[in-house]
Design a protein around this ligand. Structure first.
Ligand SMILES: NC(=O)c1ccc[n+]([C@@H]2O[C@H](COP(=O)([O-])OP(=O)(O)OC[C@H]3O[C@@H](n4cnc5c(N)ncnc54)[C@H](OP(=O)(O)O)[C@@H]3O)[C@@H](O)[C@H]2O)c1
Ligand SMILES: *[C@@H]1O[C@H](CO)[C@@H](O)[C@H](O)[C@H]1NC(C)=O
Ligand SMILES: *[C@@H]1O[C@H](CO)[C@@H](O)[C@H](O)[C@H]1NC(C)=O
Ligand SMILES: *[C@@H]1O[C@H](CO)[C@@H](O)[C@H](O)[C@H]1NC(C)=O
Length: 337
């Protein structure tokens, strides 16, 4: 019997080895029983400065998805508002047709845009996203922001608990496997959980060296909500840092020293640290060498001392949008419970 156990564990170990040698990140189990890769590719083209939204380079976007699949990525994060659902779908389907992957091997997340918060608008919005993706389901559908806003700038007063009912309906119809939220704080998630018998499987929030979110991570851990961390590089690259953004930058002596210790790059050290925080980083790149670099982080570990040093960069600085300018931001939180 012991021999059998030994054989079994040896067999499992060799399966794990084959898996690791293909450079595929391990997966996590979500609170709804589904599994999700522990690292993914971001696909938003971003903003150059506070005002200019970068145009989508469709060819580059589709090519990046293909390179990422070859490098071992199985998670792709898009959103209606990014304009990359079409290219992500094309990139994935090309690799399916080449026989490299099957649909069920990849995990696709997309997001509900803020102009579709009405309960009855959710399913049609997801159908539109699926049409762009060319898929009949996504793996994860997230409410992009807790606050609704129409294209003309008017805020939509729909309570996100109503939006959530639409999300539950979308899941019930099989249009998405899992549902979750993005840019919600702990109070909002708490209210959501109390309002519904289905809780979010995933919360996507900004996590990087400058905003490490210890309290929100603890909250999600207690509720068994898996955290995806967006903008994993924060302000580390000088060409992306907003004026006045705190350090460190990529040439920081401490970051370089930790990187040298492990024969890794500074971006790899940062991503590994986010993994150690229990966060799923989704670095965006359209550059082949960087796509490959960013997933090559599962063959080393940071020491406790190094993790404490990296923790020291947390200054709760948000590079993304804050909704505190919404006239409803506070009132909706504190009067509707
Ligand atoms: N839920 C939300 O509200 C929300 C908000 C923001 C972002 N997101 C998601 O999170 C993803 C990632 O965040 P992000 O795009 O804001 O920022 P990010 O992934 O932190 O940074 C992306 C930038 O870093 C560069 N880069 C990537 N890897 C690099 C490396 N190894 N060395 C040097 N430069 C590197 C990329 O350049 P190249 O592409 O030119 O290689 C790109 O300019 C997004 O794409 C999106 O999917 C979600
Ligand atoms: C933003 O970028 C555009 C184009 O690169 C430039 O014309 C504009 O002056 C920039 N604005 C700021 C505030 O830097
Ligand atoms: C803004 O758009 C919404 C949704 O289309 C509409 O209901 C509202 O009346 C518009 N508001 C203004 C000020 O144009
Ligand atoms: C350091 O990393 C590079 C790039 O991954 C690799 O080619 C090289 O062999 C490594 N050096 C050592 C000493 O491990």
């Amino acid at each position: 019997m012991f021999f059998n156990i030994l054989l079994t564990s040896f067999y499992l170990a060799s399966v794990a080895f084959v898996y690791a040698s293909k450079n595929q990140p391990p997966t996590y189990q979500l609170n709804d029983g589904r599994r999700m890769p522990s690292l993914g590719l971001g696909t938003w083209f971003g903003i150059s400065n506070l005002t200019i939204i970068n145009p989508v380079d469709e060819e580059a976007s589709e090519r990046a998805v293909g390179w990422a699949i070859d490098a071992g990525y199985r998670l792709f994060d898009t959103a209606y508002i990014y304009g990359t659902e079409k290219t992500v779908g094309r990139g994935v389907k090309r690799k399916i047709s080449e026989g490299v992957i099957k649909r069920e091997d990849v995990f696709i997340s997309t997001k509900l845009w803020s102009d579709s918060h009405a309960r009855e608008a959710v399913v049609p919005a997801l159908r539109k996203s699926l049409e762009a993706l060319g898929l009949d389901y996504v793996d994860l559908f997230l409410i992009h922001f807790p606050i609704g806003q129409f294209a003309n700038g008017t805020f939509d007063l729909t309570d996100y608990t109503e939006t959530w009912e639409g999300m539950v309906e979308a899941r019930r119809r099989g249009l998405t496997r899992s549902i979750g939220v993005s840019n919600f704080n702990a109070h909002m998630m708490d209210r959501l959980i109390k309002s519904s018998c289905i809780k979010p499987a995933v919360a996507q929030i900004e996590v990087n060296l400058n905003i490490q979110q210890p309290l929100l991570l603890r909250y999600c851990c207690e509720k068994d909500i898996t955290v995806m961390g967006y903008t994993p590089f924060g302000s580390v690259f000088p060409d992306r840092a907003l004026p006045g953004a705190p350090g460190p930058r990529v040439d920081d002596p401490l970051l370089r020293q930790i990187a040298a210790t492990h024969n890794k790059t500074v971006p790899q050290i940062i991503l590994r640290y986010l993994i150690d925080l229990g966060v799923i980083p989704i670095p965006k790149s359209i550059t082949k060498s960087r796509i490959e670099e960013n997933i090559d982080i599962f063959d080393f570990g940071l020491s406790p001392k190094e993790r404490i040093a990296l923790g020291g960069f947390d200054v709760n600085y948000r590079s993304g949008k804050s909704w505190s300018d919404s006239p409803y931001y506070l009132t909706r939180e504190f009067t509707t419970v």
